[in-house]
Write a protein that binds this ligand. Structure first.
Ligand code: NAD
Length: 344
């Protein structure tokens, strides 16, 4: 079954194929199709036509769009075990974490379905006789959704669900490292009744697919989550055609421990929370508590306990219930982290 979805049809595209690797043992999980320049053109044209259709998705009653989002949520729950397994094979995270992700994604689709249904617009008395203002929510247009590899499905849901709820049409470009569950989500969107052209997905690298999408004149908005340098490149690329851009970039988050917290919630809870904050998904979380600032009077005890427990974390295959955390996402990423450790 081909992996690209353009204008309501699954297609192999013209960019060849690429192997998706299991982070645990670098085995090939799946060989997927890659988009070429003509696929980029076709996907944007399909999303553009679907958006510009005056009787299309944007004109559908909000209740209808919300209904499609709810069906996607139900289908996610129906296929939860399968999708969670694929997310683990693709990202390396444990099955427990993948299952939590699928529940989160389900909640996101339900949340935006509810929000759309209650936010159709409202009237406001602006204090001028015989004049009422009506606040209407308009869709932005064709949205390009570019996602990173750490939370592939969850990151996509935060972009796709609100875009669909609002009546936008989309071209999805998932990370080339972890594209598999994004493809599964598009299959569910198709099954849920999203019309042709409204959701399209292209697989490929940033330079070959992400960059031409960010530059494309037929695109109204780019929503991007990923690294700082890529975000800067996307903002530059989108400037030529003055697109709307939403970027969520890298972070370094301080986690502060005061002595009275240790007295209050207890030493165990403080250490548990600090460990989870930094080591969830092997630390590959943009909001990971990567810097720990501890009040001096409790610093030695907290740091010693965290170090001891960190040494004892069982790293292993995400599919193995005995693993407490999975491997890093790729060899390249591990090399980057080892570099940081060495320079530190
Ligand atoms: P990345 O920036 O390398 O890639 C992210 C996405 O952008 C991928 O789909 C990639 O193919 C695409 N891309 C790359 N170059 C592009 C270009 N020139 N034009 C358009 N698209 C391009 O990031 P990554 O390594 O996949 O993800 C890790 C980074 O993401 C980390 O810095 C992490 O902190 C950050 N992140 C941030 C958040 C957040 O919410 N702020 C969430 C998750 C991850």
């Amino acid at each position: 079954m081909p992996n690209l979805f353009v204008d309501g049809k699954w297609t192999a595209g013209s960019g060849g194929t690429a192997d998706v690797l299991n982070p645990f043992d670098a085995s090939v999980v799946e060989t997927v199709d890659q988009a070429g320049p003509d696929d980029v053109e076709a996907a944007v044209a399909a999303a553009r036509a679907a958006f510009d259709d005056p009787r299309g998705w944007r004109a559908a009653p909000v209740a209808e769009r919300a209904g499609v989002l709810r069906r996607i949520a139900d289908l996610l729950q129906r296929d939860k075990e399968h999708i969670a397994r694929v997310e683990t094979l693709d990202t390396g995270k444990t099955l427990v974490e993948s299952r939590i992700d699928i529940d989160d994604v389900t909640a996101v689709f339900r949340y935006y379905a509810d929000l759309a249904a209650t936010q159709e617009g409202r009237t406001v008395d602006i204090g001028v006789p015989h004049v009422l203002s009506r606040i209407a929510h308009e869709p932005v247009g064709v949205c390009v959704l570019i996602t990173p590899w750490n939370y592939p499905l969850l990151q996509l849901s935060w972009k796709l669900a609100p875009a669909l709820a609002a009546g936008c049409t989309c071209v999805i470009k998932p990370s080339e490292v972890t594209p598999l569950t994004s493809v599964l989500l598009v299959r569910l969107a198709e099954e849920a009744g999203v019309p042709p052209g409204v959701v399209n997905i292209l697989l490929g690298t940033g330079p070959s697919v992400g960059a031409p999408l960010a530059e494309h004149g037929g695109v109204d908005m780019v929503s991007f989550t990923g690294g700082l340098a890529t975000g800067q490149a996307i903002i530059r690329a989108s400037a030529a055609t003055v697109k709307r851009v939403a970027v969520e970039l890298g972070g370094k988050n301080p986690n502060i421990v005061f002595a009275d917290a240790v007295d209050g919630v207890g030493f165990e809870t403080v250490v548990d929370n600090a460990l989870t904050a930094v080591f969830l998904h092997s630390g590959q979380v943009c909001s990971a508590g990567a810097r720990l600032i501890v009040e001096e009077s409790v610093a030695d005890a907290v740091v010693a306990e965290i170090a001891a427990r960190a040494d004892a974390i069982r790293i292993g295959n995400g599919l193995d219930p005995a693993s407490q955390t999975g491997p890093l996402v790729s060899e390249a990423h591990r090399a980057k982290i080892e570099d940081f450790v060495a320079s530190a």
